[in-house]
Design a protein. Structure first.
Length: 94
């Protein structure tokens, strides 16, 4: 297994190309920047990938139910200024 770290954008979806066998491990902050840690097989060579979308929704935001249906909840990050984001991942349509 290899573990990779990807920076997340709090205001718009982050697109990632990942193998089908990825595993989202956690989300967290480093220097008040949100990241997601993803595990992939050791023999992953960039082939057999699909596009995924990682979205962050703030506490108290009005989120339509269909936006989160089918998405995997990964975790919650708490920024130094008190804002809280909840991170979801899903395979991109198409």
């Amino acid at each position: 297994m290899k573990i990779f770290k990807y920076e997340l954008n709090a205001l718009c979806p982050t697109k990632l190309s990942l193998p089908y066998t990825y595993k989202a491990l956690s989300v967290g902050l480093q220097d008040n920047t949100a990241y997601i840690w993803i595990a992939v097989p050791s023999d992953f060579d960039g082939e057999w990938v699909s596009d995924y979308e990682v979205c962050m929704f703030g506490t108290g935001w009005d989120i339509k139910d269909e936006v989160t249906v089918g998405r995997e909840f990964v975790g919650t990050v708490q920024y130094l200024d008190g804002l809280v984001g909840h991170v979801f991942i899903d395979k991109c349509a198409g």
